[in-house]
Ligand binder design. Structure first.
Ligand code: AMP
Length: 215
């Protein structure tokens, strides 16, 4: 099964993608994670994207499509792919469609996670990530364990706030979502692929709703 998780920053795409990878042996392809990795690796591409990401703008379609192509060509997903944070523009959606056809894969569903803006801001400013495995925590909904050990990897890890999880770049990220990414809701609705879930609930309740729409 190949699916796209679609929704604004802070909707819980990464959290739900990790649950799906555990349950269904799917592979999470997060362009945000790939770009964060690129910027810490000190490559030329990493330097180019760092400023863009910190501002909250989108990096070029060419770069992210290239990253996704590379991952799909490497393969290795037994249970299929979860596209998390990709596509984010109509050009990326078209490119993904062409890539899937080229590789003889099918897109099974696009899960739209609906969350209102106020909840997004509250979630994002409270978010932190295990620097060892990427598990996402939230000060209210899923606090960092008192013993400092990640519940996913068990390491006594550092829990980091993302550089772009601040109110200023969040405004830009939300604007980018509404201007460039939200048209994908209509695009996939017209194709008959769209399934919408309420992303506001508790993590387990949202996971259950996603199981329901995926069948
Ligand atoms: P995310 O982790 O999905 O919130 O992405 C973090 C940042 O990486 C975004 O604010 C963008 O700057 C960049 N980014 C991630 N995915 C994409 C994409 N598909 N297209 C363009 N920029 C992206």
């Amino acid at each position: 099964m190949n699916i796209i998780l679609l929704g604004p920053p802070g909707a819980g795409k990464g959290t739900q993608a990790r649950i799906l990878t555990d349950e269904r042996q799917m592979m999470q392809l997060s362009t945000g994670d790939m770009l964060r990795e690129a910027r810490t690796s000190g490559t030329e591409m990493g330097k180019i994207v760092a400023d863009v990401m910190d501002r909250g703008d989108l990096v070029t379609d060419e770069i992210v499509i290239g990253l996704i192509r590379e991952k799909l060509e490497t393969g290795g997903a037994e249970g299929g792919y979860i596209f998390d944070g990709f596509p984010r523009t109509l050009a990326q959606a078209d490119a993904l469609g062409a890539l899937l056809v080229e590789m003889d894969y099918k897109l099974d569903a696009v899960v739209e996670m609906q969350v209102d803006d106020e909840a997004l801001v509250a979630r994002i400013v409270a978010r932190s990530t295990c620097s060892n495995c990427g598990e996402v925590y939230n000060d209210q909904m899923k606090p960092i364990p008192a013993d400092g050990k990640c519940t996913n990897c068990g390491e006594a890890s550092e829990f980091k706030r993302r550089a772009d999880d601040n109110e200023e770049s969040l405004k830009t990220r939300l604007m980018a979502y509404y201007k460039q990414t939200s048209p994908l809701i209509g695009y996939y609705y017209a194709k008959g692929d769209l399934r919408s879930v309420d992303g506001l609930g508790e993590i387990d309740a949202v996971a259950e709703e996603i199981r329901g729409v995926l069948g």
